[in-house]
Design a protein around this ligand. Sequence first.
Ligand code: AMP
Ligand code: ZN
Length: 417
Amino acid sequence: MNDLEIELDRLELIPVMPIPDHLTGEVQSKLAYVDELIASAQVPPPGDQIVLRLRQPAGSLPEARRAELEDKVQRVVTSMVKGAFKPKIQVLEDHLDRPTPFSEDPMSQLAGRGEISQEAPGVYSLGPLVTRLIGYFEGRFLDLAASFGAQPYRFPTLIPARYLERVNYFRAFPHSLTFVTHLREDLDAIDHFSQLAACDEAGVLNTPPASFAQVQTLLSPAVCYHLYFALADKTLPGGKLAATAVGNCFRYEAINLVSLERLWNFTMREVIFVGPKDYVLENRETARQRMHRVLEETGLAYRVESANDPFFIGEFRKQAAFQSAFQLKYEIRARLPFKERLALVVKRSSPPSTLAVGSYNYHQDFFGRNLNISLPDGSPAHTGCVAFGLERIAFAFLAQHGLDPAGWPVHVAEAIK
Ligand code: AMP
Ligand code: ZN
């Protein structure tokens, strides 16, 4: 059997109810969590079938296993598509046509120059050029924070399970959680581990599950949650707060963990506002206007448009519609020219391919109510945050401008010298 035959052997096509264009990306990303047999999943146009590549030949699956796989796929599609309505995308800024000289995928050049080194799927070390570039963007975000007089904070990388429970995180985003454990305080378990621990070929530790303590702690999925927990069950002194922090964030994205685009372990800088509704909404909008000037200097081609969070299947339709109706989330989406080139190669005209590099969020009084953060008049605080993915913004910049600072917009090139 040649490679092509092996590939074809692993394909499974599943006819499904028609998936509208605006949902194909969401459905495709959720298929990553449906079954461990799935190595990749596509929803090709016109969206009436799912193409799965399996980890073993489709023909070798017992019929019952195949039926189970198909059933899970159908459940995802039905749950996300049935009754869904097309959200009206609101575009606040459109600078996608800004000239960008580069059109290749920067990953192979970055790897070739030792600028990235993959430790595991979605886990990378970054070299001097990328680190300096991130430093440049961090400088701009810190200027933005300073323009609001934001107070600096430092937050832990771990987050207690009971915190996430209080803000409904387990229901909304169970698929992307990362759990933390340690060996039980038990001499035999620790001795056993120290003498026998070894990884198999796939890198899996051979430790018996009973050696591990139960999970009380996770790796943090976002930065601003820590501030809200620090303010929980109290009255906010002065009635308003602007804060800023940077932190490691973790979102497990399974087979979608490809390149610097989608990381398991990434870094987020946030500027966070807590106070009355108007204070939060006005600052979110001011932040957007100030970032407009900054992003212009960086030469980034991007658009700011309404968006929704990647809620898990059962919660998706309702929560996404709610976010859209109340304009709770806007994303800064940067162009990835190399993706458009790929689309041309397969002769498919497609809308510009973009990647979210940041977001402007308003949570209404969700955290104020759930965590009992009060304003001096006794009402629950409103919250909002402006969040930037540092690796993503650097990646999008490199995808648009290449790796040679000589060809970069002067402002950026000068700053990283
Ligand atoms: P969000 O809170 O989901 O709006 O995330 C804020 C920003 O973090 C996004 O706009 C991305 O730039 C970045 N981000 C989110 N998820 C990932 C990921 N898996 N890998 C890299 N960056 C991410
Ligand atoms: Zn946030």
